[in-house]
Design a protein around this ligand. Structure first.
Ligand code: HEM
Length: 178
C-alpha cells in the first residue's frame, strides 16, 4: 500500500503540473508554440526545455547534512535540514555561451536541469513522465486543438503554494477543436 501511495502521489501532481506549466509557457510564447506545431519531432527536446525552464517539482524533499559542509561560502552544520531549489538549477548559469537561461527555446539542444533530482532518490518515473505523460499528451493536445489561447491575463493566475509543487491552480483557456 505504501509503495502504491508513493507512486500515485509522486507521479500525479508532478506530471499534471508539468503539463500545465508547459502549456502556460507555450501560450505565453506563441512563436515557440508555432514551432512545435510545425515540427512535432522537436517534442522530446522541448520536454527537457520545459523541465529546465519551469519545472513542476520546484524544490526537493528534505535532506539532512551528514557532516559539516560549506557550499558556495555558506556553512551547513551537521544535522541541519537542506532543501534544494531544483527549479532554480536550470536557470543558474547560461546553458551555452551568450545564452540567456530565462529564455524558453524548444530547439535548445540538451537542456540541462535537475528536475528529476539526482543520486539515489532520482525520480523513479522519469522515463514515463518524459514519454507518455508529457511528450505524448502535449503532441496530442497540439494536434487535436488547432487554436488554443489563454483566457485570462497570465499575471492574474493563482499559483499552488505547496513549497514543492509549482503550477497554477487553474489554467483558463479558449480553444477550438479541429
Ligand atoms: C514531470 C513529472 C515528474 C517530475 C518533475 C518528478 C520529479 C521528481 C523529483 C525531483 C524527485 C526527487 C525528489 C527528491 O530527491 O527530493 C522524484 C522522485 C520520485 N518520483 Fe518523480 N517526478 C515526475 C513524475 C513521476 C512519475 C510519473 C512517477 C511514478 C510513476 C514518479 C515517481 C517518483 C518516485 C517513486 C520518487 C522517489 C524515488 C526515491 O525516493 O527513491 N515521478 N520525482
Amino acid at each position: 500500500m505504501g509503495t502504491a501511495m508513493m507512486l500515485i502521489v509522486a507521479g500525479h501532481e508532478s506530471s499534471v503540473n508539468l503539463l500545465g506549466d508547459a502549456v502556460l509557457a507555450l501560450l505565453q510564447h506563441p512563436e515557440q508554440l508555432g514551432l512545435l506545431r510545425e515540427r512535432p519531432e522537436l517534442m522530446p527536446g522541448a520536454v527537457e526545455e520545459f523541465l529546465r525552464h519551469d519545472t513542476s517539482v520546484e524544490r526537493s524533499t528534505s535532506r539532512y547534512a551528514a557532516e559539516d559542509v560549506e557550499l558556495g561560502g555558506v556553512p551547513i552544520p551537521r544535522g541541519s535540514m537542506v532543501v534544494v531549489a531544483l527549479g532554480a538549477a536550470g536557470r543558474d548559469a547560461p546553458q551555452a555561451e551568450d545564452d540567456d537561461p530565462a529564455v524558453l527555446d524548444v530547439t535548445r539542444p540538451g537542456a540541462l536541469h535537475l528536475a528529476f533530482g539526482h543520486g539515489i532518490h532520482y525520480c523513479l518515473g522519469a522515463p514515463l513522465a518524459r514519454l507518455e505523460k508529457t511528450s505524448i499528451a502535449l503532441r496530442t493536445l497540439l494536434s487535436r486543438v488547432p487554436e488554443l489561447e489563454l483566457a485570462a491575463p497570465a499575471d492574474s493566475l493563482a499559483w499552488i503554494g505547496s513549497g514543492i509543487i509549482r503550477g497554477v491552480l487553474s489554467l483558463p483557456v479558449r480553444y477550438r477543436v479541429g
